[in-house]
Design a protein. Structure first.
Lengths: 84, 295
């Protein structure tokens, strides 16, 4: 089968493109892993993590009665403490 | 994400919530499905704010121990939250709003806590580039945000890791429920058919892998490599430092405004410190799907 003049450059470009995609997802080196793992750690001392959160309304209500305090309920789509 | 970057990063608000209130954090999708006393009381508070269980119920609800709503809004803005707090504290009547004794309703073990024996791993996600520069603060905060989640590992899976084995269930859970872009909101998970390639091995404590994920339409995908170190001592997981990095493309219904085209996305796994209620939050992929998630 003969390849047309147009098909050859297309095939070459396709191969180059595939190679480029492969390069972009090259294996992580130990150094890059260490750097990225460090960069993706949350900052230390985040204020919101110091709040004594309750995660059930009944538990919060019992605590509120005991402490004689109102309740602050934060409702989000996805858990406000961490799944988004 | 926005709460953590704005109102919950405000020291005055954090102090007020910690000292003058009982702070409570709820995922609406989980709580609206509860049919017990917990669910009933949740619905009763929402109703006073004109919200129901079938619609959007996000927001800040400030109410008395008797369940009477004091103030409500839905805002990430710190100044607005301070006004809500002021209003609630002014309205709160210590003599009228607090029952003399607890109703005695003890919460049942919540269906969203880690099952006994579960090991929790923090998962953080970051878009490493590709955004057009944001001009407004909320957008900038979203672009710079760390997505957060937790990977739950079953007791038997940790035992397998201790023997140097990487269970298929762990590989699948990591890929389908955690190699996601959750930096701008609730992301869609990957279906089994989306997993085009999954290679992951554990050898001498070194985890390496390569994955390709693409939806049927091809509009969303992730092509990534994994690398990390896993250590188990005396049957206990003492290290689970893993990173996935690669090219992501596309977005979900609730994760709009992704960078155009392919963009670099990295995801890090780290054994949790276990010091905060946040460390026990239900994984996003386990919402209404705990059995499927832990399978």
């Amino acid at each position: 089968m003969r390849l047309s003049k147009l098909m050859v450059p297309c095939l070459v470009m396709g191969l180059v493109s595939m190679r480029a995609a492969e390069d972009r997802t090259a294996a992580l080196s130990e150094a890059e892993f260490e750097k990225l793992h460090r960069e993706l750690q949350p900052p230390s001392g985040e204020l919101w993590r110091t709040i004594p959160w309750k995660t059930t309304l009944l538990d919060a209500r019992n605590q509120a009665i005991q402490d004689k305090k109102p309740i602050f309920m934060l409702v989000r789509s996805g858990h406000p403490l961490g799944c988004v | 994400v926005l709460d953590r970057a704005s109102s919950l990063a405000d020291s005055e608000i954090v102090k007020l919530l910690s000292t003058r209130f009982v702070p409570l954090a709820i995922d609406q999708h989980v709580h609206r499905q509860l049919k017990d006393a917990e669910g009933e009381q949740f619905a009763a508070v929402l109703k006073q704010a004109g919200r129901g269980l079938d619609g959007m119920s996000q927001g800040q609800y400030l109410f008395t121990p008797k369940g009477k709503l004091l103030s409500f809004s839905n805002t990430p803005d710190a100044a607005h939250v301070k006004r809500l707090i002021d209003t609630a504290l002014k309205k709160f009547d210590l003599t009228a709003d607090v029952p003399e004794s607890s109703p005695g309703q003890k919460p049942a073990p919540p269906p969203f806590e880690p099952p006994p024996g579960t090991t929790v791993v923090d998962v953080t996600t970051k878009v490493l580039g590709g955004y057009e520069k944001a001009t407004i603060k909320p957008t900038q905060a979203a672009q710079e945000a760390l997505g957060r989640d937790h990977l739950w590992l079953r007791k038997d899976e940790v035992e397998a890791l201790a023997r140097g084995l990487l269970p298929e269930s762990v590989k699948t859970r990591i890929v389908r429920y955690h190699l996601i872009d959750n930096t701008r909101g609730e992301p869609p998970m990957w279906s089994p058919d989306d997993v085009k390639k999954l290679e992951m091995t554990l050898k001498d404590g070194r985890l390496t892998g390569s994955v390709e994920l693409t939806t049927k339409s091809g509009k969303r995908g992730y092509r990534a490599k994994l690398f990390g170190n896993v250590k188990v001592e005396d049957g206990k997981l003492t290290r689970f430092d893993v990173v996935a990095k690669g090219e992501f493309w596309g977005e979900g219904t609730f994760t709009r405004s992704a960078p155009p085209g392919e963009f670099p996305l990295a995801i890090a796994f780290t054994l949790t410190a276990g010091t905060s209620a946040a460390d026990r939050a239900l994984p996003g992929g386990a919402r209404a799907n705990l059995k499927g998630y832990l399978r």
